[in-house]
Design a protein around this ligand. Structure first.
Ligand code: NAD
Length: 333
């Protein structure tokens, strides 16, 4: 069976996903939801989408009655994810939601609950969870190749452009760099170390309060401690380029990914040498894998479900709290 997907929000990333899905064997783009009629017609002709699978933000609850759509992939600004995902769930369709799943853990939990109640699946667009070099390092770590894990470093950032974009609007983005790019270090620390952090410290620095307004973080550094004693040191920024690196060291070896989370090719090496897995378009692999998760109940190596995403939101809540109070935040299990 093929997973029949409708995309909600026809912006930059949605375009990338739609293009990548053309190479999928298990997933197919069949519908769109957009507030811009002109975009709908462009997408209809480009991707051969029938009129009956096109919706807008007012009428998309009617997707409930559309037997030709299995899942809605929400690719809108962060602040909209919560309500849109819940509406899709209430319409009885599975949901894939882009990262960050929501603005905070409370919202994320509500989304998980709504999907449970409606008996639909909720997955979050963590494309790195399917990336071959990343998975190889996780496999080596599980296999003990690096020995006891001691330290993770995650550096995630880029210089953001246009100051008028939604990513710099607290209402739509929910924050700044951490919500957008720093989340990769949060999420990456968890899958690279293989544990959940028990404490967080964080510091925020802002050089440009005009572009990065109140509540929109420009740069945040954060540290995490794990039950085994391993520690992590991470940087999230909208004001520096060439930051896309993961580094893991253990008592017997190390792993490095650089670039670590960009669209690829990802480059990886360990103390045993270069990783040579071929580059596959992340979004193609993600959608083919998600089709199997949704339709066949396949268990991914690194989970991509809503509960998994709530774990990241809890950590991000703690990072913002630590940064604003200067306090060390303890997390329960
Ligand atoms: P974008 O600005 O290119 O697209 C956003 C789309 O949402 C636009 O088409 C816009 O018209 C639409 N939209 C609907 N309602 C809106 C409203 N009220 N205000 C503003 N826009 C509205 O952004 P994007 O880069 O496509 O990001 C969308 C989501 O995808 C974000 O949550 C982002 O974090 C995520 N994303 C994920 C990845 C990834 O690698 N997984 C990459 C890029 C973006």
């Amino acid at each position: 069976p093929v997973l029949r997907v409708a995309i909600m929000g026809l912006g930059g990333y949605a375009n990338r996903v739609a293009e990548a899905m053309q190479s999928c064997v298990r997933a197919k783009l069949v519908g769109v939801i957009s507030g811009t009629p002109g975009k709908i017609t462009t997408w209809q002709s480009k991707f051969n989408i029938p009129e009956k699978n096109c919706y807008n933000y007012e009428n998309f609850d009617k997707i409930k009655d559309n037997a030709d759509i299995d899942v809605v992939y929400v690719i809108t600004p962060n602040a909209l994810h919560h309500d849109q995902v819940i509406r899709v769930a209430n319409a009885g369709k599975h949901v894939i939601c882009e990262k960050p799943m929501a603005l905070n853990a409370k919202e994320g939990k509500e989304m998980v609950d709504a999907c449970k109640k409606n008996n639909v699946k909720l997955l979050v667009g963590y494309r790195m969870h399917f990336e071959p070099k990343t998975l190889e390092i996780i496999k080596m770590r599980k296999n003990g190749d690096f020995g006891k894990v001691m330290f993770f470093q995650g550096l995630c950032g880029f210089k953001i452009g246009d100051p008028s974009q939604w990513r710099l609007n607290k209402k739509l983005a929910g924050g700044g760099s951490l919500m957008d790019i720093g989340i990769y270090a949060v999420n990456g620390a968890r899958y690279m170390v293989g544990e959940e952090p028990t404490w967080i410290t964080a510091q925020e620095t802002k050089t440009n309060p005009v572009v990065f307004k109140e509540g929109v973080d420009e740069t945040i550094q954060f540290q995490m401690g794990f039950p085994s004693g391993a520690v992590a040191s991470c940087l999230s920024t909208y004001n520096m380029n060439y930051l896309d690196k993961f580094f893991l060291t253990g008592e017997k070896g190390f792993a490095e990914l650089q670039p670590s989370t960009g669209y690829g090719p990802i480059k990886g090496r360990t103390n045993k040498g270069e990783l040579t897995h071929p580059h596959l378009t992340h979004q193609t692999v993600q959608m083919d894998e998600m089709a199997q998760i949704i339709l066949e109940g396949k268990q991914p190596v690194v989970p991509v479900d809503g509960e998994e995403a709530v774990k990241d939101m809890k950590i991000m809540d703690a990072i913002y709290l630590a940064a604003s109070t200067g306090k060390k935040i303890n997390l329960k299990g």
